[in-house]
Design a protein around this ligand. Structure first.
Ligand SMILES: [Zn+2]
Ligand SMILES: [Zn+2]
Length: 288
């Protein structure tokens, strides 16, 4: 189990709420030109952050736009059928927890295993997570497409399957499985907004009042809560939708247990456990 105190967060994670880390490129440039950048070990001026950010290609951008449009259309189609076949149910908290767990598993896998050099997943999935550790404010400078493109992409197969069923099954069959359709639909909706919620947890300037209210009441991931994950070596508090499961999972040693099983089966170590030289190989910019 990993214990991270408020002092650890204050000393070992990037001070995103200070003016010099305000989420604009201009403020970062000003800080750098004023010599303040020398005092920031992590952030947009970090050589590794610049190199990882430069790997965001035009092809990846086009893929994200296509995925956001496709998944949004599928959400609209499925929402129509979910409303059309509406039945009373009261398990939204279960869906929110499932979305939180899904976000934690994805985040943990991308943070703890593999490298940016891996084929397919390296640059598309692992790169943004590794860049995010070196420059946590980079996400606040990403637009809607770059922030949410990957999450929308993973939803397309599930939403397509649901839409196909709504169009082809008869009413009796749909009503029989309606609870499952509801569950997967709302799970998809919360997964689609997870990285937007993550972005808000790093945004200390100009958030709408209703977003701050949801953060303050821990309906969505609060800013102070997520700072615990940003203490190197980033080995705890991986859930980033609501953050509800972070403490329970940590208290039962869930992530450590998973890592031990994977190490036992594959003889590989998670990045947080590697010696510094090997860690540098997996995330070559982490220690610049
Ligand atoms: Zn992380
Ligand atoms: Zn973060």
């Amino acid at each position: 189990m990993v214990f991270i105190t408020d002092d650890d967060v204050a000393h070992y994670s990037m001070q995103e709420e200070t003016a010099k880390c305000a989420p604009t490129v201009e403020s970062s440039r000003l800080a750098s030109s004023a010599g303040e950048g020398d005092r920031i070990s992590l952030g947009p001026q970090h050589s590794g952050a610049k190199e990882l950010a430069s790997l965001y290609s035009t092809g990846k951008r086009r893929q994200e736009i296509a995925c956001v449009i496709s998944a949004s259309a599928l959400i609209a189609v499925n929402f129509y059928f979910i409303v059309f076949y509406f039945r009373r149910s009261n398990w939204m908290s279960i869906v929110l927890s499932a979305a939180d767990l899904a976000s934690g598993l994805t985040h943990w896998a991308a943070d703890s295993w593999g490298s940016v050099d891996m084929p397919v997943l390296g640059k598309s999935i692992i790169r943004p997570f590794r860049e995010h550790h070196i420059d946590p404010t980079s996400i606040t400078r990403h637009d809607f497409i770059e922030t949410n493109g990957d999450n929308f992409a993973v939803l397309i197969p599930v939403l397509s399957y649901m839409a196909f069923n709504f169009f082809t099954l008869d009413e009796v069959e749909i009503v029989q499985s309606y609870a499952w359709y509801c569950y997967f639909f709302w799970l998809a909706v919360f997964v689609s907004v997870t990285n937007q919620i993550h972005k808000w947890s790093h945004t200390y300037f100009g958030l709408p009042g209703w977003v701050v209210w949801l953060q303050d009441h821990h309906v969505i991931l609060p800013r102070k809560h997520h700072r615990i994950h940003h203490v190197s070596p980033h080995e705890t508090f991986f859930c980033i939708t609501t953050g509800w499961l972070n403490w329970p999972l940590e208290s039962i040693g869930f992530w450590t247990f998973l890592e031990r099983q994977i190490t036992r089966c594959t003889a590989t170590q998670p990045i947080s456990c590697l010696p510094v030289m090997m860690k540098m190989h997996c995330t070559p910019w982490d220690h610049n």
